[in-house]
Design a protein around this ligand. Structure first.
Ligand SMILES: [Zn+2]
Length: 320
């Protein structure tokens, strides 16, 4: 399916969806601030840009839905990528799984698909903390006295939230009425280790009325999807002698091998680490994103502009 992209969608495609889809096929996670609720937009766009699901992936998704008793047609494969969007009042067990006879939670039902958490800061902090381990490992273990089970949980986490309690911090039209202290308390609801695990943090400003009416339609979704596929093929051929299949799976030793930095790039990254107080984990994520940006541009060696763009995807770190 190819759709023409409307002007309000285009920045999201360019700065968010394309890098995301290219970055990794496994456990992609990111974060975006958005002014409006664009749940249907995500659903639509990810269907357009998602690279094809392999048979084995469809089988895994079908097995999980079968265990959860959610299979609509017994004996048939679930061929679409799941899209789950639990409410912010969701409990820990409903999110990660549980029960006396353990059943998969939302993160496993989103396996090989999207887990969309709208109004992320409204979720209970301890519930969000349950996400940390699955985001790292790609599965969740549930122990009970009688049995212990593991469910796969390789999902793309997409979350959205307002930038502050009033919702207008950084808005070009309406001024923010919050105090610095209340904004600080607002962001404190999300822990540093959770934010560290998020690859892309993107701020999206509201379009001005004239931008909405005067901008021409963007390009169709098919060429965008082709660009994603070319960049992912480039990564796959790089990893042909390894078990890796996408940039997000690179560990520190892989980063040293495939993301060597020239002097200018190193200086830039060191300055960002100092200024934003980044952890090792967060700076590794910048390298993976920079590698992805270079793949999209068709460049092999990393250049300062790739690092600079990747640093721009740490919106929340830059706000704090
Ligand atoms: Zn505000």
């Amino acid at each position: 399916m190819s759709i023409p992209l409307s002007p309000d969608v285009e920045p999201l495609i360019k700065y968010f969806i394309v890098p995301l889809q290219t970055l990794q096929s496994r456990a992609k996670r990111l974060f975006v601030e958005i002014v409006n609720n664009v749940k249907s937009l995500w659903r639509l766009n990810f269907k357009c840009f998602a690279v094809d699901k392999r048979f084995e992936e469809a089988l895994e998704v079908t097995q999980i839905h079968s265990v959860a008793g959610l299979l609509k047609h017994k004996g048939s494969l679930v061929t679409t990528r799941p899209f789950r969007s639990p409410h912010h009042s969701a409990s820990g067990p409903s999110l990660v799984g549980g029960g006396s006879f353990p059943r998969p939670g939302e993160i496993s039902l989103a396996h090989r698909g999207i887990l969309f958490l709208d109004e992320l800061t409204e979720f209970k902090r301890d519930v969000l903390e349950f996400l940390r381990q699955p985001l790292e490992d790609g599965y969740v273990s549930i122990s009970r006295t009688r049995q212990s089970v593991s469910f796969p949980a390789q999902f793309t986490l997409i979350a959205s939230t307002n930038p502050c309690p009033c919702g207008y911090y950084g808005d070009t039209i309406q001024p923010c009425t919050c105090t610095p202290r209340s904004r600080e308390q607002y962001w404190a609801r999300l822990s540093g280790p959770l934010m560290d695990r998020i690859d892309l943090q993107v701020g999206v400003n509201r379009l001005k009325p004239e931008e909405i009416t005067q901008q021409p339609m963007g390009e169709a979704s098919d060429p965008v999807r082709e660009r994603v596929q070319v960049a992912r093929d480039r990564a796959r051929s790089r990893f042909q002698d390894t078990t890796l299949c996408c940039n997000a799976e690179m560990q520190s030793r892989h980063l040293r091998q495939w993301c060597p930095l020239d002097d200018a790039s190193r200086t830039l990254l060191e300055a960002a680490i100092r200024k934003l107080g980044l952890s090792v984990r967060a700076s590794d994520r910048i390298l993976k994103v920079a590698r992805t940006i270079a793949d999209l541009a068709g460049d092999e060696p990393l250049k300062p502009q790739h690092i600079a763009e990747a640093v721009q995807y740490r919106t929340i770190d830059r706000m704090q």
